[in-house]
Design a protein around this ligand. Structure first.
Ligand code: NAD
Length: 255
């Protein structure tokens, strides 16, 4: 089925676009007509995603960028490069960059805790702030920022103290930004996936995955495309009265 063209000519920045959910988000936004800036720490992976995106019209161009979202200098360079390349601030931003370093609380190292908070929470803050500043400075009214949280940020999960803390933080960050940025017409929402089939969940041992699947009423993992569909809706004008919302994409999972 052909995707609707809800994002024609919009410029979208997607972090973590090199793989998993981020790559599916890039594909979905491009199919909706957006120009996509694909950003990832893995530059080769970002370039691979960008090469595969549809270019339906002559003006619909895509570009890959390297970035470490945990580093303020790298993020501000990214925004400068994106604006120079496309002569516009990104009207849509989807923050998908994220990592796990799982370990039980009793064994969790300070380094693993700090690393996950730096990428997932501080990284989301830095990109969100840089995009909002660029939009406000450009004078363009409007914008949609979508952050990837996780259902585990609401309910906790064994072996993920660092990750759960980061994702609970992303939800609070998003709701606060929604309140502050509404006056500029910028909407901010958070998507809370359950268990989605990506390289991140490929790391989960099969025995653990079996137990997790038993908790999903729909009885299966989600596909990255099913998260991307929700991001495209939140990016589009069809969600124009939705801001500060947490949207669960879990197949009914409630841990
Ligand atoms: P993934 O590991 O498949 O992809 C994450 C991408 O982020 C990779 O391309 C990686 O190179 C990039 N990345 C990592 N650190 C980075 C950094 N410092 N700077 C820039 N890019 C960086 O993961 P995924 O499963 O696609 O997850 C995407 C988002 O969705 C993450 O925020 C994750 O926490 C969240 N999420 C995933 C699931 C799931 O089941 N897969 C569930 C809930 C939430």
């Amino acid at each position: 089925m052909a995707a609707p063209q809800r994002l024609r000519a919009a410029l979208a920045l997607v972090t973590g676009g090199g793989g998993g959910i981020g790559a599916s988000v890039c594909a979905r936004l491009a199919r909706e007509g957006a120009r996509v800036a694909v950003a990832d720490r893995d530059e080769a992976a970002a370039a691979h995603t960008a090469r595969g995106l549809p270019r339906a019209e002559p003006g619909q161009e895509h570009e890959a960028f390297g970035v470490d979202v945990a580093c303020a200098r790298s993020v501000s360079q990214l925004l400068a490069q994106v604006q120079a390349r496309f002569s516009a601030a990104p009207h849509v931003c989807v923050n998908c960059a994220g990592i796990t370093r799982d370990e039980f609380l009793l064994k969790q190292t300070e380094a693993a805790f700090d690393e996950v908070i730096a990428v997932n929470l501080k990284g989301t803050f830095l990109v969100m702030q840089a995009v909002a500043q660029a939009l406000v400075q450009s004078g363009a009214l409007g914008g949609s920022i979508i952050n990837l949280g996780s259902i585990v940020g609401k309910v906790g999960n064994l072996g993920q103290v660092n990750y759960v803390a980061s994702k609970a933080g992303v939800e609070g960050l998003t709701k606060t930004a929604a309140k502050e940025l509404a006056r500029y017409g910028i909407r901010c929402n958070v998507v809370l996936p359950g268990f989605i089939r990506t390289p991140m969940t490929d790391q989960v041992p099969p025995k653990v995955m079996e137990k997790l699947l038993a908790l999903v009423p729909m009885g299966r993992l989600g596909d990255p495309e099913e998260v991307a569909d929700v991001c495209a809706f939140l990016a589009s004008e069809e969600s124009r009265y939705i801001t500060g919302a947490s949207v669960e994409v879990t197949g009914g999972l409630f841990l």
